[in-house]
Design a protein around this ligand. Structure first.
Ligand code: CDV
Length: 348
């Protein structure tokens, strides 16, 4: 049974430190309107979409830092961002949006939400688990910092898959399921959100895949040249080589994990040259469960990347190549939940 829908990554180009949120939100609305012309039902925006990627900066005051976060329990009511949710409702498009969340208790999270247009509410929230970078800035004043461990607390919501209503036609609902008949692969889409660095960790994908995930969605801010954070100090690369390498790894993890977990994926980049000097890779892409790139960004600016996907294409991988129930051998995977770092075998 075909379960088709048209989806998009809304890639967002340069945002400077002093760019007002209202200006960014207007750009996001423009992308949503383009999506509407192409009959898109679900749009994925990047990680921390609303501002420049602020964890690269050290702030003098908490007050200034707090301007980069959304406050309050419900982002759909946030004054600056409400027009985006209003437009999504009007156009009947679901959106996945990344932002800095400051909870009423004062905790900072790197967060993503799924707003359902048919329900007119947030139906799922994810808080980034794998926070890269450092707490303290690098000593080298020319280094580009990644202070996520300073500004955010690791996500406390786990990798919770969920279903989104109103995206595919003829979805089987619990009330209409016939007794004794399998409903696997027939209901509303099974979705999962991640954020940026999470995409490099196979455990995150596998936890979703164990819940039957059919589409994984994530935004990212990936530096094009982060010499202090990754790569070899002994084998320095040119900025061009470093960007190619970063793009290669981004595609590699998306394609490989989509294939190994038999799911579609949508990645959405915050990209371009922030403040004329902080370079972020582009490369937003929609990938199939067989690991093929269905469509990808051609620019390093605001761009909508669209593809029609058929969720029934996940069945081959889930029922044959990666039929977990028949082929996984959990009695041999004990180290995964027991150990964080590497323990080598004893020396000979
Ligand atoms: N925002 C990120 O999580 N960025 C990381 C970089 C800094 C390692 C990433 O995985 O792309």
């Amino acid at each position: 049974m075909a379960r088709k829908l048209t989806v998009a990554a809304a890639q967002v180009g340069a945002i400077n430190r002093d760019t007002p949120k209202q200006e960014v939100v207007q750009r996001l609305i423009d992308l949503l309107q383009q999506a509407s012309f192409k009959n898109v039902k679900l749009v994925v925006f990047p990680e921390a979409t609303l501002t420049t990627f602020f964890p690269r900066h050290l702030f003098d005051t908490q007050e200034e830092l707090d301007t980069f976060f959304e406050h309050g329990a419900d982002i759909t009511q946030s004054t600056d961002v409400k027009p985006l949710f209003d437009e999504a409702r009007k156009l009947a498009i679901d959106i996945v949006l990344g932002y800095g969340e400051r909870t009423p208790e004062g905790t900072g999270y790197n967060t993503s939400v799924h707003y359902s247009a048919s329900q007119d509410k947030i139906i799922s929230k994810y808080r980034k688990v794998h926070l890269p970078g450092t707490v303290e800035p690098f000593e080298d004043p020319n280094a580009i910092n990644q202070l996520e461990k300073r500004y955010f607390t690791p996500g406390n919501l786990g990798f919770q898959a969920y279903r989104a209503p109103g995206l595919v036609s003829n979805a089987v609902k619990s009330a209409s399921a016939k007794n004794g008949e399998s409903t696997v692969g027939k209901g509303d889409p099974v979705l999962g959100m991640m954020i940026c660095n999470d995409r490099r960790w196979p455990e995150a994908w596998r936890v979703y895949a164990l819940q039957g995930v059919e589409l994984v969605m994530f935004g990212y801010n990936t530096g094009a040249n982060m010499a202090h954070l990754w790569g070899s100090q002994d084998k320095p690369m040119s900025p061009e080589q470093a960007e190619q390498e970063a793009l290669f790894h981004s595609k590699l993890v998306q394609q490989a994990n989509s294939y190994m977990n038999a799911c579609f994926s949508i990645s959405s980049a915050r990209c371009g040259l922030d403040d004329g000097k902080y370079d972020l890779i582009a490369g937003s892409a929609i990938v199939s469960p067989e690991g093929h790139v269905l469509n990808e960004a051609k620019t390093k600016g605001d761009e909508l990347v669209v593809a029609e996907i058929d969720l029934s294409d996940c069945r081959q991988g889930k029922e044959r190549t990666f039929d977990f129930a028949r082929h996984r051998r959990i009695e041999t995977y004990g180290l995964i939940p027991q150990q964080t770092g590497i323990v080598e075998p004893d020396l000979l």
